[in-house]
Design a protein around this ligand. Structure first.
Ligand code: AMP
Length: 425
């Protein structure tokens, strides 16, 4: 099915073609007509399957169809959970809007950089604002923009925005928007509890879920390697040397680990750099740009890099530390295998994190073979799970297999540093 059969204006079809989009992806084919009709949408599709264009193209079309306003007022608000994503989504929208007969002003706002240029940029208004929640509220507090004219709201990575860490800001923002508006919620994951929250703000939505449909699965090969925790950096070096991957994204649990692992690799001649929320925003932006330009071979990141970031030709993602949740696992490995490319995701597991990984596998209905690499065979055995009293449990009630899995998962989570999810907007 070609793009021009979806009811999009020729200027948008042309921009899509120039971006290399030959035909719509499954989520685009389903979401674009529904959005053009003015319906609310909850859309889920695999990571890397073109969700940004799925909401951007019809949103742009709906805005140009309206009469131009002077001064401009914010008609569409796109909220995203990270600064990098704000920049990425805003740039994609600008590029898709470039041939429209009427120029739409798209403002991008995120924290960690001076607010003044963003305030200047909003002088004279804007048609679309792409922002992280915290900086958006700062701008509202500075009277740089008003949200009472928004007619379209997009929550990209919506389940993350409904997380506790964003709840207060999101509620403040929602309270400023007109009740009458079109709501578009997109993510690769909508855990059940979040789905209920999301549905609470949607009106007779088109619920689009193209996950698992034939041809929509990203071709990501998942591997699991057993290794003792203290041999992981050496194993990582070994794998980098053996495989000569073009670029590799490695996930760790804490900012501290990102620093340590990157330093160790760098000292051993690997162009590795840490990436986390405690790094200055300008440096963060540079690191991502340089990674895309192959100036860095390896980025050691916290979950800050797990959501939405689109790096073409990223063949490998490695979970040096396991993610906290099955949801985070899906987003982490989804940084590879984008836009129909193939990808490889490797997870390191040890005796103490094995049970946690089994939970991740179970949620996805997977059972992956465990591999061992010669010279890195693990020697540690799992710590037996005893109750705190050390008496061997409550008399007459032996822990079930499920209890053991849960306890091991809790233990693994604390061993992973257990620091709060990095919220950095
Ligand atoms: P997204 O899921 O929006 O981050 O998009 C993932 C990648 O797919 C990006 O690199 C897009 O440029 C690319 N993409 C989006 N739509 C299409 C399409 N229809 N055909 C080919 N590539 C696409």
């Amino acid at each position: 099915m070609p793009f021009d059969s979806l009811g999009l204006a020729p200027a948008l079809v042309q921009a899509a073609a120039e971006s290399g989009y030959a035909a719509p992806t499954a989520i685009q084919a389903a979401a674009i007509p529904a959005i053009l009709q003015g319906r609310d949408v909850r859309g889920s599709a695999q990571t890397g399957s073109g969700k940004t264009a799925a909401f951007s193209l019809p949103l742009l079309q709906r805005l140009v169809a309206e009469a131009a306003q002077s001064p401009r007022r914010v008609r569409a608000l796109v909220l995203v959970p990270t600064r990098e994503l704000a920049a990425q989504v805003g740039e994609t929208m600008r590029s898709l809007a470039q041939h429209l007969p009427e120029r739409l002003k798209i403002a991008i706002a995120f924290g960690g950089v001076s607010i003044n240029p963003q305030m200047m940029g909003l002088r004279g208004g804007a048609d679309i604002v792409v922002a992280t929640p915290g900086r958006l509220l700062d701008l509202v507090d500075h009277n740089a923009l008003k949200l009472n004219t928004v007619s379209m709201l997009v929550l990209d990575e919506a389940d993350r925005l409904f997380d506790l860490g964003f709840a207060e800001e999101l509620n403040r923002i929602l309270a400023m928007l007109p009740a009458q508006r079109q709501n578009l919620l997109f993510s690769a994951t909508f855990p059940p509890a979040i789905q209920a929250l999301a549905d609470g703000m949607l009106r007779e939505p088109a619920v689009i879920d193209v996950q698992g449909e034939p041809g929509t699965e990203p071709a990501i090969v998942q591997r699991v390697i057993e290794v003792d925790p203290d041999r992981r950096t050496q194993l990582l070096r070994h794998l980098l040397k053996e495989n000569e991957w073009e670029r590799v994204l490695v996930f760790v649990a804490t900012q501290h680990s990102a620093q340590i692992v990157a330093e160790k690799l760098y000292k051993n001649g690997v162009y590795a750099v840490p990436f986390h929320g405690d790094i200055a925003q300008g440096t963060r932006t540079d690191i991502l740009a340089q990674f895309k330009q192959s100036r860095w071979d390896v980025v050691i990141a916290t979950d800050l890099a797990a959501r939405g970031i689109d790096i073409a030709q990223l063949p490998v993602v490695i979970n040096y530390d396991l993610p906290r949740s099955p949801t985070d696992y899906i987003h982490r490995i989804g940084r590879t295998g984008r836009a129909g490319e193939s990808g490889l995701a490797i997870s390191f597991v040890s005796a103490s994190t094995e049970a946690h990984f089994r939970l991740i596998e179970k949620r996805q209905g997977l059972s992956l073979p465990r591999e061992r690499i010669e010279g890195f065979e693990p020697t540690e055995v799992a710590v037996p799970l005893v109750d705190a009293s050390g008496t061997g449990g409550i008399k007459g009630k032996r822990p079930s297999k499920k209890d053991k899995l849960r306890a091991a998962a809790a233990l693994a989570a604390t061993q992973h540093g257990g620091d709060k999810a990095e919220k950095n907007d």
